[in-house]
Write a protein that binds this ligand. Structure first.
Ligand code: SF4
Length: 363
């Protein structure tokens, strides 16, 4: 299975915690960006027709106007063929920039799934995060998607936020569950260098976030959404196929600034600068690269184990890999962090929140 990821590096404003490759106030560059994306896509026309899944992320893909979305869809289809023929195609959207016209346009183009950022149901928390949309915007966008015929909507939630109590988080879960989304992604706040939150000295709250994760797993399960990966919950059959391919060490092509690819056993990523990406395209050059490395030997096998352990079902290890990592697996079993049935190993559900401690064994 081969995935295609397209990065749209534009946002209306920059959220306080965001360290993604996205820039605010550069909407005038969307046209030149689509030209640059066309040029990068053309470099991979040999892969045209071989993709199974598509994920358009960002940034804020829904910031594009209907005309710009039409152009973007044309670029995508030059690589994927008709979107309706893919196993899955996902568009990320932010509530304040997704209206009925765009929802209908995406649906008609064959986009099968939309991922909508909620983060929290309280306007005071959304303002604290610097989010451009409020609760009412999410509700309006969600209803527009349902009216357009979407039966596969994912929502993002965050926990461990500054000023977020357990009661706030619980209220967000209830509010979202009442809308019955098919999929929920849950992320704990991380404060990265270079972000406004880091400059302000906002602290991460790992203990509070861990308690909220546990509460969420129980509540979402009761609401019909099973946890299938550390941060992801879905109704049966609504798991993200594109992301499952990442966790199965499948190959994918990423286009746009900051986008990563895994092709022919090689991991590489474009540099995150939008200006650098545009300048290279204007000069007829490929995008500047951030890194490029061949993944092989023990490092490749260790990565397969770590990615597989992200899934709640875990991974059935091939015999040679099971033998190679037996000492690490034995230590994790003894520490009560994983369970094993033969060569099928998984992290204990009540230890998923400390998955990083498990992964450290394989680094
Ligand atoms: S909307 Fe998403 S990508 Fe854009 S600034 Fe906020 S967190 Fe970052």
């Amino acid at each position: 299975m081969l995935g295609l990821y397209i990065h749209i590096p534009f946002c209306r404003s920059k959220c306080g915690y965001c360290d993604f490759a996205s820039e605010a106030g550069r909407e005038a560059q969307i046209g030149p960006y689509l030209d640059a994306l066309t040029a990068e896509a053309a470099r991979y026309d040999g892969l045209a027709g071989s993709f199974s899944t598509l994920y358009v992320g960002g940034g804020t893909p829904s910031l594009l106007s209907p005309e710009q979305l039409g152009r973007l869809l044309g670029i995508l289809e030059s690589l994927t063929g008709p979107l309706a023929g893919l196993r899955e195609s996902t568009f990320e959207a932010n509530p304040e920039s997704l209206d009925a016209e765009k929802a209908s346009l995406l649906k008609k183009a064959g986009v099968s799934r939309v991922s909508l950022g909620l983060q929290a149901a309280q306007d005071r928390l959304l303002k604290r995060l610097g989010r451009p949309g409020l609760q009412k915007d999410f509700l309006r966008a969600y209803q527009a998607l349902r009216a357009a015929g979407y039966g596969n909507i994912s929502a993002d939630l965050m926990c461990g936020l500054p000023g977020q109590s357990e009661a706030d988080f619980s209220e967000s879960l209830d509010w979202l569950l009442a809308l019955a989304p098919e999929h929920v992604s849950l992320y704990a706040l991380e404060v990265h260098e270079g972000t406004p939150f880091h400059a302000e000295g906002v602290a991460e709250a790992p203990d509070a976030a861990a308690a909220m994760y546990e509460a969420a797993a129980t509540r979402l399960k009761a609401g019909g959404l099973e946890r299938y990966e550390i941060s992801n919950f879905s109704r049966p059959g609504r798991e993200s196929l594109h992301n499952l391919n990442y966790w199965e060490q499948g190959e994918y092509l990423g286009l746009g600034p900051g986008a990563a690819s895994y092709l022919d056993g090689e991991r590489r990523a474009n540099a995150p600068s939008l200006s650098g990406y545009l300048a290279a395209a204007a000069g007829g050059l490929p995008p500047p690269q951030e890194y490029r490395e061949k993944l092989e030997g023990r490092a490749k096998r260790a990565e397969l184990v770590m990615l597989g352990l992200r899934k709640t079902a875990g991974i059935e290890l091939p015999e040679d890999i099971f033998i190679e990592f037996k000492p690490e697996l034995d230590r994790l079993l003894e520490a009560g962090l994983i369970v094993a049935q033969g060569r099928q190993v998984r992290i204990r559900e009540d230890r998923l929140y400390v998955a990083n401690a498990v992964f450290r064994e394989f680094v």
